[in-house]
Structure formats: structure tokens, C-alpha cells
Design a protein around this ligand. Structure first.
Ligand code: PRP
Ligand code: MN
Ligand code: MG
Length: 180
């Protein structure tokens, strides 16, 4: 285990199971549609690639890069659109894939943005939901795990751009971010 990790919250096996479970739910809901599945960079990178391969249904994929934590453990309160999707979502069924919903600001930004562009329906699949962090109403349709109010990293989630490549999700030792 990485030396900066206090404890593992979800193992590789638990993440795999969640992807299978959520993938099947998505497969059912979109059985007669061709959704545009949008992965939110960078955090949702691995979850996106794992989950779409568990949903045996027609779909298009795209990516959007938004950022608001900027190397800290606290949301800046402002969501920056770094790189946009290339798909026209007007009249389309959109499925947003997130790694975590915390304050809800990123999700609110994305929902507002995609609604303005005329998406026909928008659903959200997040691997982790942290209700205790919520500052804006933001609900997901497919949820992997409800997480405690701790700063988590791994499987796409970062602190200061590190730890994304850990194959599990864990809690960072507090001294890693309090000493910086
Ligand atoms: C993180 C995470 C979610 C968002 C959730 O992204 O990946 O997208 O924050 O937090 P919120 O609910 O408080 O908005 P971040 O802005 O750190 O960018 P990243 O995915 O590139 O790490
Ligand atoms: Mn993110
Ligand atoms: Mg981040």
C-alpha cells in the first residue's frame, strides 16, 4: 500500500463489483436509447473506462474537463471549464460519469451547462457520493458508494494531482496535506 495512505476504503475488488452493478443498471435504463456518456476529467478517467464496458448497450462517449480544487482539499467555489465536449448534445440523452460528488458545485455546473445546450435528459452516475459535503442540491441516479466526510484519493481521485493511479480508494494521512 502507498505510504501516504491511512486506510483503504474500497479495494480494487469492491470497485470492480460496483462497476458491474452500476453498469447493469445503466444497460437497463438505456436499453432503447443511444446516450451520450460524458466522463468528467480528470477524476472519472478510470471509472468511465471501467463502467462503460459493463453496460452492453449502444452509446457514444465524450469527455469534459472541469476543475475546481486546484491542488487543495477544499473546493475553490468556482468551476472552470478546461476542455469542452465535441458532441452536440441538443436533443440527446446525456449520462454524466463522475468519480465523486462532494459540494455538488461541479455537478450543478455541468447540469446547468448541458441543460442550456438542450440535452433531452440528463442522468448522473457517480462512483462516490459524499452527502455530508453538500453545499448545493445535486442528486445522482446511479451511486457506487456513499462515503464518509473524509478526503479520499485513488482510482482517479487526486490530491495535488497525485495518487490518481492507485488501484484502490483510500483516505490520505492528514499530515500529507496539513504540512503543505
Ligand atoms: C473533483 C472530482 C469531482 C469534483 C467533485 O474534481 O473529480 O469532479 O471535484 O467536487 P464538488 O462536488 O465539490 O464540485 P476536481 O475539480 O478536483 O478536478 P479533477 O477531476 O481534475 O481532479
Ligand atoms: Mn473531477
Ligand atoms: Mg481534483
Amino acid at each position: 500500500m502507498n505510504n501516504d495512505i491511512l486506510k483503504v476504503l474500497y479495494s480494487t475488488e469492491q470497485i470492480d463489483e460496483a462497476c458491474k452493478r452500476l453498469g447493469k443498471q445503466i444497460q437497463k435504463v438505456y436499453a432503447d436509447k443511444v446516450p451520450v456518456v460524458i466522463g468528467v476529467l480528470k477524476g472519472a478517467t478510470f471509472f468511465m473506462s471501467d463502467i462503460v464496458r459493463q453496460a452492453d448497450t449502444y452509446m457514444e462517449i465524450d469527455f469534459i474537463d472541469v476543475s475546481s480544487y486546484h491542488g487543495t482539499t477544499q473546493s475553490s467555489g468556482k468551476v472552470d471549464l478546461v476542455t469542452d465536449i465535441s458532441t452536440d448534445v441538443s436533443g440527446r440523452d446525456v449520462l454524466i460519469i463522475e468519480d465523486i460528488v462532494d459540494t455538488g458545485r461541479t455537478l450543478k455546473f455541468l447540469m446547468d451547462n448541458l441543460t442550456k445546450r438542450g440535452a433531452r435528459s440528463i442522468k448522473v452516475c457517480t462512483l462516490l457520493d459524499k452527502p455530508a459535503g453538500r453545499q448545493l442540491e445535486a442528486n445522482s441516479d446511479f451511486i457506487g458508494f456513499e462515503v464518509p466526510n473524509e478526503f479520499v484519493v485513488g482510482y482517479g481521485l487526486d490530491y495535488d494531482e497525485k495518487y490518481r493511479n492507485l488501484p484502490y480508494i483510500g483516505v490520505l494521512k492528514p499530515e500529507i496535506y496539513t504540512n503543505n
